[in-house]
Design a protein. Structure first.
Length: 421
């Protein structure tokens, strides 16, 4: 709720969660050749605790410089928290969110599908992330104080494009007419101060993929969103080294699906001509030559430019934030079997979801990172891919596939999703 001047108990914390930086496959592009070869920026876990004044309810939000949060990772974190705090921090009040950087070490998932490119479970990296998350929560827990929350919103320009505009046009016109653009340009920012008005931290949500660093990169880093965090923290923690200082700024992931920071759009890297077409293919070399480019002279410069744009808008919103948040806290957790959900299409037809599968067009990747074999975007199963990689997947995993009845949005798919375990 909004209005009033009620206080909360607030705590912020940051801890290093950088895992092995050499000879470890990076998580994000699913490119087995993209192996860590050094360090560009360290990775951090940033934790924020908000509790009611009487400490009856609390919520923890953690933004981590990793590709995404796996189920295995979440279970390990909750186990550690329970051993330290009992039932204070639970699955219904702990929110873990990956920034979605594609330049962090992989191998912290529990499903075989993710193990293919990471070459299995990498325990040193899993441990580094778990320890970093728990430590950041520990720091936030130990430094809780009375404070206030403020909300602000604003538009971020020149920082994103829709990387699948032709797919977006397949949405109903009635839905598209609700929006002025094909991406969400709004930043939402939560400001935290203590009861005396001293800065504590912020959480910013803005829709953009942290893929300014492309799949030729081999240096572990937090990409544009992590860089924006470092810029804001450097501004507030004068004289402190990166990763140090009391102010914590998280630039968290939002509705970033198909939202790219590579604002120049896709070009054929061998000829320089545009490959902005429904299949994202080039006349010479096909889809493997089509790659989106950022606003800078190279991927490092593009990362800096996008991060600077995001940081400056957040700084503006932080300074002008005046809408105070008050009221009770509430959090919840629910398990949903997404392979068995009834969907009412219209007055006469009902369908259900099915077991997850990866379609042909998924295997094509995107203009931010192309896939393997000869898959192309927008492929509904009529292309030559029906006779290549699909056969490999079916031979490897056919025993795990089950029959599927009338299902929602059925597409040709060479590989099952969660069924591969």
């Amino acid at each position: 709720t909004t209005g009033g001047s009620g206080n909360y108990l607030l705590g912020v914390g940051r801890a290093d969660c950088t895992g092995p930086v050499a000879e470890i496959p990076l998580m994000g592009y699913a490119n087995p050749d993209q192996v860590g070869g050094g360090l560009l920026t360290r990775l951090y876990s940033r934790a924020f605790i908000v509790a009611e004044p009487n400490d009856s309810r609390r919520v923890v939000f953690v933004s981590i410089d990793i590709g995404m949060v796996s189920q295995r990772l979440r279970l390990e974190v909750l186990k550690e928290l329970k051993s330290k705090y009992g039932e204070l921090y639970r699955r219904d009040n702990v929110i873990l969110s990956g920034t979605h950087t594609h330049s962090g070490p992989g191998g912290y998932f529990q499903y075989t599908l993710f193990w293919i490119t990471s070459k299995g479970l990498i325990k040193p990296n899993l441990s580094a992330i778990v320890n970093g998350i728990v430590k950041s929560i520990d720091i936030a827990h130990q430094n809780m104080k009375r404070g206030r929350l403020f909300l602000n919103r604003g538009i971020v320009e020149n920082s994103q494009i829709n990387r699948s505009p032709y797919s977006y046009l397949q949405n109903p016109a009635s839905e598209r007419s609700r929006y002025s653009t094909n991406t969400d340009k709004e930043m939402v920012m939560l400001k935290m101060v203590d009861e005396n008005g001293h800065d504590l931290g912020l959480i910013s949500w803005f829709a953009v993929h942290p893929v300014s660093m492309n799949n030729t990169n081999h240096l572990v880093n937090s990409d544009n969103m992590g860089y924006a965090s470092l810029l804001f923290e450097q501004e507030k923690n004068k004289g402190a080294l990166p990763g140090e200082g009391s102010f914590v700024a998280a630039f968290a992931s939002s509705n970033l699906g198909d939202v790219s920071p590579n604002t120049k759009g896709p070009f054929c890297i061998n000829t320089g001509e545009s490959c902005d077409n429904p299949q994202s293919t080039c006349p010479v070399g096909g889809a493997s030559m089509c790659m989106a480019m950022g606003p800078g002279t190279d991927m490092f410069d593009s990362t800096r430019i996008i991060a600077q744009n995001i940081y400056l808008k957040a700084k503006e919103l932080y300074t002008s934030a005046a809408q105070e948040l008050t009221g009770p806290l509430l959090s919840a957790h629910q398990w949903v079997n997404m392979s068995d959900v009834q969907v009412q299409l219209n007055a006469t037809h009902t369908v259900k979801t099915c077991k997850p599968a990866l379609g042909h067009s998924f295997a094509a990747g995107t203009i931010d990172g192309v896939g393997a074999f000869n898959f192309t975007q927008g492929d509904l199963g009529s292309g030559s891919c029906r006779g290549c990689a699909a056969v490999v997947f079916k031979r490897c995993f056919s025993s795990r596939l089950s029959r599927r009845g009338p299902v929602l949005g059925q597409h040709p798919g060479p590989a099952p999703g969660r069924a591969i375990q």
